[in-house]
Design a protein around this ligand. Structure first.
Ligand code: M6R
Length: 607
């Protein structure tokens, strides 16, 4: 987690750093800081504070705009509490640096280099700064190489050396750094999202390479100290999509962007009425030969995998497991010849997913990833990658990335079924035609968002909520429940309706909100009974269903959201959007910062 930024250029260094840090805040927002290097005569000075970038902006208001170099940081606390002292940058001797990652052996290093009396913070980062200063004899690259050779863990550093004005050095292991030359200067950042408004192209800094940014450009040396060219990639995200576009929060904007995100994601893979993944270089054999699939992912991306699992079962008859990435490596997963691992990640940087990929590859699996951020570490570490075209997702709560991920699963399941002779051409056409109507169905939901807002009254004073459903509805509710928890702080549990009576129904008492999602025709009558069970124990019901199933449900219209009529298989799309809106309006009405829920960060790069 944490976001880092560096800038050397003609514009106001302070403003560029602060603006970019705001764009990186989704990576953490416990504290923020910058170091500005005024020039030859003065060493870098640091301003940092516990709290958001807006607070940093306030405390730097009177400071100089100009600098020959600057670095900045927004923190998600790991080692050491949220305090001014623990905020980055950290300074030791001639070294001032910012860090994203975790240095696992920092305690041993404190002893080994006798640093105890030098340190003023509780962070692992300051230890790295002190060691770098210890090794520094005027040769910055040598000091960085010596330092990173003794570190265990993950790191991305941006470093200023007090006697080297006009230069920023950077190095990384696992945690990302991108670099870019812009029309007005050189930049580095944790993520391309911070560069988008300035740069048209960027490059990932390879692991253990060292970059030096100066007014002359960006020079990268590999581990053997040879200069290597930057592998430039184009920023093809529409930067006009940046900003909140008139919405109160990014989350609301991103919910509204779903029709476009889905359209942009699916259309390149439907050519002449057939599925295709040839542009990604994915051979047909990947889908023909595999005997089983394991989806690995975390959080929302894992929930997308649960929808995918049912699609692979239903359409392609392929055994599919879904594993929480952080548990995958500890559970001796059965990986046989022909096992296909599908890794799903919006950011492409989630360390748990990345480690699971590395493990799966070591065990001989082929890895196909579904990723949103181009060129990210997970994409880079996979045998094949399919990009979702959701564009930058800034709100911590994932919305458009989720529906884009599931749209890829629909395509993959249809594709696999087709290649294995399990779908007649007309069936495939019918599925693809319906998939292409999803954006319109979502537009319909968005038109009724005020109705969803009214329904959320039920959650405003609730401490607990339950969500019940079967089959695809249950998988989708796991995601809906996570959304509600993470941004509105209502404890919510999604339950397979049939499982409720095996224990959890004990928690249903007068007024406890229960959301029932009923979109699967074959399961509706059983669901009806489960709804009666909770109703008779006092549950305050919200029903989400489609017209054709509503008539039997016996729940007032005011408490019912009618989804657009689609085949059962496609109902997760509209249902997802309603669940997102429920979470959004609950959080919004309670007055929370919807985009930046407490304790969370958008990109999770710690295990
Ligand atoms: O970037 P990823 O998709 O790998 O992130 C995985 C989870 O951290 C993420 O989906 C998280 O659960 C969402 N922000 C929740 O809305």
């Amino acid at each position: 987690m944490c976001g880092i930024i560096g800038y050397i250029g003609k514009r106001s260094t302070k403003e560029i750093l602060l603006d970019s840090l705001e764009l990186l805040e989704y990576r953490g927002y416990d504290s923020a800081g910058i170091a500005l290097f005024p020039g030859e005569a003065d060493a870098p000075f640091v301003k940092k504070v516990a709290g958001r970038v807006s607070k940093l902006r306030e405390i730097t208001a009177g400071d100089t705009e100009e600098a020959c170099a600057g670095i900045g940081h927004t923190r998600w606390a790991t080692h050491g509490g949220v305090s001014d002292a623990n905020a980055h940058p950290h300074n030791q001797g001639r070294v001032t640096l910012v860090h994203n990652g975790i240095i696992e052996n920092y305690k041993e290093l404190i002893k080994e280099y006798n640093l105890k009396d030098k340190l003023v913070s509780e962070t692992d980062t300051e230890v790295a700064a002190a060691i770098m200063d210890h090794f520094y004899d005027g040769d910055a690259e040598k000091a960085i190489r010596s330092t990173i050779s003794v570190l265990k863990g993950t790191f991305a550093f941006a470093v200023l050396f007090a006697d080297q004005p006009g230069k920023i050095y950077a190095a990384r292991n696992v945690s990302p750094i991108v670099v870019a030359m812009t029309e007005h200067g050189a930049m580095l950042a944790s993520d391309v999202a911070a560069l988008g408004v300035h740069a048209k192209e960027y490059a990932f800094l390879p692991e253990y390479h060292i970059a030096c940014l100066s007014s002359k450009g960006i020079v990268v040396h590999d581990e053997k100290k040879h200069e290597v060219p930057l592998q430039l990639m184009t920023i093809d995200w529409d930067t006009s999509r940046g900003g909140k576009g008139g919405y109160a929060f990014y989350m609301e904007k991103e919910i509204h962007e779903q029709p476009d995100a889905i359209r942009d994601t699916i259309m390149p893979h439907i050519v002449d009425g057939r599925t295709t993944f040839t542009a990604e270089g994915i051979p047909h054999s990947l889908f023909r030969e595999n005997q089983n699939i394991i989806v690995i992912a975390c959080g929302t991306a894992m929930h997308a995998g649960l929808i995918g699992q049912q699609l692979f079962h239903t359409l392609a008859n392929i055994h599919t497991d879904v594993a929480v990435a952080s548990e995958f490596t500890y559970t001796n997963p059965v990986i046989k010849p022909g096992t296909l691992v599908i890794a799903v990640s919006q950011s492409g940087e989630t360390i748990d997913t990345l480690e699971a990929i590395k493990y799966a590859k070591k065990r001989g699996a082929k890895v196909l990833s579904i990723v949103n951020v181009k060129g990210s570490t997970i994409a880079d570490n996979s045998d094949y990658c399919i990009y979702t075209q959701a564009g930058p997702e800034i709100a911590v709560a994932s919305t458009k990335a989720f529906t884009s991920q599931i749209s890829i699963f629909y395509l993959l399941a249809i594709h696999t079924a087709r290649l294995n002779g399990m779908l007649e051409p007309e069936e495939m056409k019918a599925y693809l035609d319906e998939l292409m109507t999803v954006p319109d169905a979502i537009e319909e939901i968005l038109e009724k968002k005020e109705f969803v807002k009214k329904m959320t009254n039920k959650f405003l004073h609730a401490d607990n909520a339950f969500m019940i459903g079967r089959g695809l509805d249950y998988s989708l509710l796991l995601e809906g429940s996570l959304k509600l928890k993470e941004i509105s702080y209502v404890h919510s549990e999604a339950y397979a309706s049939g499982e409720l009576k095996h224990g959890t129904i004990a928690l249903i008492t007068d007024g406890v909100p229960v959301v029932a999602l009923v979109t699967q025709s074959l399961l509706a009558s059983k669901e009806y009974s489960n709804i009666r069970e909770v109703q008779s124990r006092g549950a305050s019901m919200i029903l989400i269903t489609k017209e054709s199933l509503y008539k039997d449900m016996n729940i007032p219209e005011d408490d019912t959201f009618i989804l657009p009529e689609m085949s059962d298989m496609f109902m997760p799309f509209p249902a997802a959007v309603v669940m997102q809106l429920i979470a959004y309006y609950t959080s919004y009405t309670k007055g929370f910062d919807v985009d930046k829920p407490r304790n969370l960060a958008k990109v999770v790069t710690v295990e």
